[in-house]
Write a protein that binds this ligand. Structure first.
Ligand code: G3P
Ligand code: CA
Length: 274
């Protein structure tokens, strides 16, 4: 185990609700908690990567919000999934070619429904400050190859907030760009990092062993998850968080596979009691 997972069992026993403690005392086997991660916020119910979606995730008691970080033309880190604003706002153009002021002037809510008109593209700092202590934050560096130096900028903004400290299990950084994950691991040795993939070519023994040299999490799309893969990842000391759950059946599949976290647009599909 590299960073985040050691001691999790002890922490877990201290965090159990009375309901969970009752359940634990009745169970002969191991009690496992699966983290419920709201993908781009509770994006099934509110416009993805907006304050409305993150607030909804907190209301639904998600353990984490997942956010996609990119950078404006004038160097501010912003939260948006696509590398253009076209799909989720009333504007057009690449995120990297628009200033923060231009990005903030866009309507990032109407695409989901008229009741969300006026939602804005949040900044990374705004999200850190609003949600730290309320929910974990799973930070995805989205297309970091377009934004040289973004790893240092993310590291700086975490450090000035003391969010880079050991045993901080509530901040995790992930990316599909493995070089970026490696670099982040060097910059923030106490912050857990994860690799994202939807490719079976990354599930070979050799590939998994290489990931385990720097990553705390191996985070695959659920289409490539098998029990054998989960066991291998755990055997190498990594956690496994899988995405993107948009049906109750997919949630149940991943619960059965015993993954550590489920990344979902619908937090209530993972834990209907919430
Ligand atoms: O957190 C996993 C997931 O966000 C990766 O895919 O395209 O939704 O960013 P994507
Ligand atoms: Ca993402």
């Amino acid at each position: 185990m590299k960073k985040s997972l050691a001691g999790a069992g002890i922490a877990l026993s201290l965090m159990l609700s009375p309901f969970q403690q009752a359940f634990a005392s009745e169970s002969v086997g191991e009690l496992r908690k699966i983290d419920n991660v709201a993908h781009r916020g509770a994006s099934g119910y509110a416009p993805e990567n907006t304050i409305a979606a993150f607030d909804k995730a907190v209301d639904m008691k998600a353990d984490y919000i997942e956010i996609d970080v990119q950078r404006s033309k004038d160097g501010k880190l912003v939260i948006i999934h696509d590398t253009t604003v076209d799909r989720t706002t009333n504007g057009t153009g690449a995120v990297k070619d628009l200033t923060l002021e231009q990005l903030r002037s866009l309507d990032a809510g109407s695409f989901k429904g008229p009741e969300f008109t006026g939602e804005k593209i949040p900044t990374f700092e705004e999200v850190l400050d609003r949600y730290r202590g309320k929910a974990g934050i799973l930070i995805e560096l989205k297309a970091p190859e377009k934004y040289p130096g973004i790893e240092e900028e993310v590291a700086h903004l975490l450090k000035v907030r003391n969010l880079d400290k050991p045993r901080n299990n509530k901040i995790i950084i992930q990316s599909f760009n493995f070089d970026s994950v490696k670099k982040t691991n060097q910059l923030l040795p106490n912050v857990p990092v994860g690799v994202l993939t939807s490719s079976r070519t990354h599930t070979t023994d050799q590939a998994l062993k290489e990931f385990a040299t720097y990553a705390d999490y191996f985070n695959p799309s659920y289409g490539i998850v098998t029990k054998e893969l989960v066991d291998k990842v755990h055997g190498l000391g990594m956690g496994i968080s899988s995405w993107t759950v948009r049906t109750p059946e997919a949630a149940q599949f991943l619960i059965d596979m015993k993954v550590d976290a489920i990344i979902t647009d619908y937090p209530d599909y993972v834990d209907p009691r919430k």
